[in-house]
Design a protein around this ligand. Sequence first.
Ligand code: C5P
Length: 221
Amino acid sequence: GAGAALAGRHVLVTAGPTHEPIDPVRFIANRSSGKQGYALAAAAVAAGARVTLVSGPVTLPAPAGVSLVRVETAREMLEAVRRALPADIAIFTAAVADWRVAEAGAQKLKKGPDGAPRLALVENPDILATIAGDLAHRPALVIGFAAETEKVVEHAKAKLARKGCDLIVANDVSAESGVMGGDRNRVHLVSRDGVESWSEMGKAAVAHALIARAATMLAPR
Ligand code: C5P
């Protein structure tokens, strides 16, 4: 039945922001709430899957039945994802920080006569692209998210190719949309087969519909 569409499958979900340290008491972060990722993890459990949720720092409780791995930085998230593989489906909803401070201070940075510190940034690993391109360990189905403020579908198509995933779930996170931190979402599914735009619904409804779709995309065993 519908409650067992993913029985015997392992679903891996990343969620939340990452925190990139500047020094022991400061970090770079973003406004990701983790809500959509946590809803997806819960929906995958409801579909009968074994679920690993690799989460950056958020204030949400762990969904029942999920194996939760808490991380802070992008590099920790990549490491936790690698350790959780193999998986049948991997869904990358985390808002991973694009950059981290090249050399985070071992001690708290102090104000001094020389003015503000200059923070050198370096790029973080792209977790989705890394896993999608790791042919020995690639899950059968790799799903990415794209948070865009303009040209949502156009940017998502480019991202699908660039990241090497099977599906991009694109949403409009412009301030007017109220998606970031909110409870509702309007998504566009972008795959090699084309674009499918869903009407606006709650994040839980998006999660259940997406998990049902993912189950149909998996080759039967
Ligand atoms: O390139 P952009 O950040 O817009 O891509 C978003 C997608 O890529 C999301 O699925 C996100 O979880 C994933 N991503 C990632 N690691 C990064 C950056 C993005 O897994 N360093």
